[in-house]
Design a protein around this ligand. Structure first.
Ligand SMILES: Nc1ncnc2c1ncn2[C@@H]1O[C@H](COP(=O)(O)OP(=O)(O)OP(=O)(O)O)[C@@H](O)[C@H]1O
Ligand SMILES: [Mg+2]
Length: 211
């Protein structure tokens, strides 16, 4: 598998701003008409011991349609990286992380008319897929600082199946929400969340790759 290192927040090389043709006029000292923009803090943190091999990011309006777009983006990226066997798991985890971010900061409906859409510009979330030397990471940033709260994990000393005291756990198992993070935990090697250097927070899931 050949993967070229392409940093996610690539800077344009200074040479990109040089004129391609020499100027007809004798060169006058260049005035900077635009002040350099202050360096923005990154959305995601990096592990300096595990450098990137490749990285692709996608900004998404926090609308319900974003989950399907995120799934397709993940599947295409996994194919590009030759990680086909992980595609279904990564696409599902990506979809769960993006859906959670939308529920937290976005809207569950698309405004019906232009004026409403104009008045309610949805917040933007960022999905980043990163292939490092050791891992594949799926990272979702949203502007809310509130961290995810997993449903109560199943405790090993909880009542056995069939025990009447287990009735509440059985109901919990049937619940139609609160399953996303459990699913992520079962499909990925690990997941975590942390406050982002840029504000908001990142929720990430990763797969340790065989080396
Ligand atoms: N990005 C997020 N920002 C803030 N809170 C979050 C975020 N993701 C998850 N949570 C919190 O963690 C809880 C558990 O998330 P989880 O995905 O397991 O369940 P759910 O989204 O409530 O339901 P389901 O995924 O089964 O439809 C959520 O109800 C929510 O309160
Ligand atoms: Mg969820």
């Amino acid at each position: 598998m050949t993967v070229l290192p392409v940093p996610c927040q690539a800077q344009m090389p200074p040479s990109a701003f040089q004129p391609s043709q020499p100027s007809a006029q004798p060169s006058a000292p260049m005035q900077r008409s635009v002040r350099p923009s202050p360096k923005r803090p990154p959305l995601f943190t990096r592990d300096p011991r595990d450098p990137d091999r490749d990285c692709e990011a996608l900004k998404l309006a926090a609308l319900p349609s974003a989950a399907a777009t995120a799934r397709r983006f993940a599947a295409a990226q996994l194919r590009k990286w030759g990680l086909g066997p992980l595609t279904d798991d990564v696409a599902l985890v990506t979809s769960e992380l993006v859906t959670n971010a939308i529920v937290e900061v976005g809207s569950d409906t698309i405004p019906g008319d232009y004026a409403a859409l104009h008045d309610h510009t949805p917040p933007v979330i960022t999905l980043q897929l990163r292939l490092t030397v050791r891992r594949l990471l799926c990272e979702v940033w949203d502007p809310s600082p509130v961290p995810p709260v997993p449903a109560r994990p199943h405790e090993p000393d909880s009542p056995a199946p069939g025990d009447p005291a287990r009735a509440d756990l059985a109901l919990e198992d049937l619940a139609e929400s609160g399953r996303g993070l459990g699913l992520i935990a079962s499909l990925a090697s690990r997941w975590a969340s942390y406050p982002s250097p840029a504000g908001g927070k990142a929720v990430i899931a990763w797969w340790d790759l065989a080396r």
